[in-house]
Design a protein around this ligand. Structure first.
Ligand code: HEM
Length: 234
């Protein structure tokens, strides 16, 4: 997408919407930890017992949904730059969806991390959740990749809001970090996730990595090869 085209498109979600989304993820995680044991006493053992599992299930589920949204956002971004989005679903729609899915992924991954505070198997503290590679009881390196990925995703997501202020070149450089985020989070999910043993989850990683890889090759190689020599002449 050209800088001029990009400037014409406004930010999909207002900053207040993003702040509301992140706030909801934080409040949702704490309410789940504090209220669920009283609200759903029938599953008390899974919530309050010596080894509560419900928070671990919630973390796994939200991690997988956050990953799915991140994948969708990557595909849409590559469809925009690879000019496939012009055919379907249209440039502005694709750009809107691209931003919304990235921001939703950020909010869900915040929930995915915070809800681990309710889990007793991995003794996370707020500091260990947000300090990269500080998870002592559970796969610190692989969890660390998720933590670094989270910060980079936040950086890429927030620069949607300062695009005009920081200029197109810097914005684009920061935006390229999304490829690093995708690789880090894919590794994080495969190497630290419990559900990697399930066939459908293995297919999710294969299809996600395969489709993003194929679109990158299409965009990077084929579009460069068949680029018009003088783009002014059409
Ligand atoms: C502060 C940042 C993060 C922390 C502390 C964290 C922590 C964890 C932990 C402890 C697990 C293992 C859970 C299990 O037993 O299955 C996990 C798995 C996973 N995480 Fe994260 N994570 C973070 C960021 C992210 C982000 C940004 C995403 C996606 C956008 C993500 C997606 C996943 C996925 C897909 C899994 C595998 C889930 C499964 O196999 O069921 N994580 N994460």
């Amino acid at each position: 997408m050209e800088p001029r085209e990009l400037d014409e498109i406004s930010t999909a979600a207002a900053l207040s919407t993003l702040i509301g989304l992140l706030f909801s993820a934080i409040v949702g995680a704490f309410l789940a930890i504090l209220v669920l044991p009283y609200w759903l006493p029938a599953i008390g053992e899974s919530l309050r017992g010596p080894a509560p599992k419900a928070y671990w299930y919630l973390s796994r589920a939200s991690g997988l949904v956050a990953y799915g949204l991140l994948w969708f956002s990557m595909v849409l971004g590559l469809m925009i730059t690879g000019r496939i989005a012009r055919l379907w679903p249209g440039g502005p729609t694709a750009f809107d969806l691209h931003q919304h899915t990235a921001l939703l992924s950020l909010a869900l991954s915040l929930f995915h991390a915070l809800i681990l505070l309710g889990d007793r198997y991995i003794s996370f503290t707020p500091l260990r959740i947000f300090l990269p590679f500080a998870s002592v009881d559970y796969r610190p390196f692989w969890v660390g990749l998720g933590q670094v990925g989270f910060y980079l995703l936040a950086l890429v997501g927030l620069t949607f809001y300062v695009r005009r202020q920081i200029g197109h070149t810097l914005w684009r450089r920061i935006h390229y970090l999304s490829f690093v985020v995708f690789v880090l989070i894919t590794w994080h999910g495969i190497m630290s996730g419990t559900d990697v043993d399930r066939t459908w989850v293995q297919w999710l990683y294969r299809i996600a990595a395969g489709s993003v890889g194929a679109l990158m090759i299409y965009r990077g190689v084929l579009l460069q090869l068949f680029r018009p020599i003088n783009p002014q002449v059409r």
